[in-house]
Design a protein around this ligand. Sequence first.
Ligand code: 5AD
Ligand code: SF4
Length: 456
Amino acid sequence: MSKKLYIKTYGCQMNVYDSQRMVDLLSPLGYEVTETPNDADMAILNTCHIREKAEQKVFSDLGRLRAVKDERIQNGADMMIAVGGCVAQAEGAEIIKQAPYVSMVFGPQAYHKLPEMIAKTTREYDVKSGKRTGIGIVNTDFPTESKFDLLPQPTTSTVSSFLSVQEGCDNFCTFCVVPYTRGAEYSRPVVDILKDARHLVSLGTREITLLGQNVNAYHGVSPTSNDVEWGLGRFIYELAEIDGLERIRYTTSHPMDMDDLLIKAHGDVGKLMPFLHLPVQSGSNAILQSMNRRHTSDQYIKVVERLRIARPDLAMSSDFIVGFPGETVADHKATLGLVREIGYAQAYSFKYSIRPGTPAGAMDLQVTEEVKSERLAELQTLLNEQQLQFNQTKIGLVQRVLVDRIGKREGQLSGKTPFMQSIYFDGNQRLSGEMVDVMVEKAFANSVTGSVVTVD
Ligand code: 5AD
Ligand code: SF4
């Protein structure tokens, strides 16, 4: 009999990818995805630790799941509750202790063991007393075997799919939890990811976004020799050879890992889209140093210049943190100056917030909330202006669009331009999943609208 699986995914694209792998893992056990926890036999929260108050959010969602579980038990059913992802990795034992209705907690490097964990859990919990009577499972191991070798091949795909090629990070930026929750840097062998890519394309994927916490640090074993490694650039040239694959993107990158071949690929490989998310975090050299970013503002600008020589229409995106410990007015101005110099098509910006256990959390001169809010507002005003300006530059131009969604309004379609802009236009639903040419007519801060020109 089929069972229902509810997964809520928080945070980054890597988590979206991991959630899909969990679905693939559980489908042979008879689990089918459901959009609501109410009829679920199993509920997984795939959590993210990057934002502030991550734990509180997870606990409040768990409270809601508990109510559903209690009701289901009272109606003679049950729902197994599991917490995965980076909060699980960081808080594992604490969650099992505080939430007796949770059956299992597992980190991002342990989810391939889900079927095994499900078989092992005794998941008894007493509704009346709210106490655990069985055993809760915590698996926050960083196993020596590769979880990727143990994951099944996907059985379904979307026109635009994620593919994890690299995981973890060795950079230890002083604000970041990733090296602790995702572990050490690991690159999958080229043959494995090429196989996955071909498989995705055979299932209908036309765009692949290569994922990794530090994806351009990729250095996978080459197809020909275990002693030779390929960087991301070399891999992208190979990936582009796959017939039927039309678009390649990758995220997220570190400026210092942008090597010559990868930069060259931006000029040579037509399938590599002219959009790059290259986080800089700050424009101040003092702050960059204190963040342990291993580059100066000038070095970042040089990397972007070289990229734009290779691909003059490259649209840039970044992440910024305002109010890092010790950030002065001059440091903040340097960030605004860098933004003006680069000109971003998109960007994400955040107030610095302490992640327990990271070096920056223990630094003196923490910036007040009020100052952080002011600086964030100022930076976001500038970034929004730039985003609108960028979108306006495309008015009157025809953009090739991969239609990846049906729009909210009847008859409306939506997709992405090569520059990662969200674009909305009217068209027949059968165009969903296709590439269409769309003339951009209007530009807004977060999207553009237009009309279909020709259909392939
Ligand atoms: N505070 C604020 N922003 C953070 N980020 C990561 N850690 C923190 C933190 N402690 C931001 C960075 C990173 C993005 C994914 O999240 O800008 O690039
Ligand atoms: Fe975190 Fe990215 Fe720095 Fe790695 S490079 S520590 S993932 S911010």
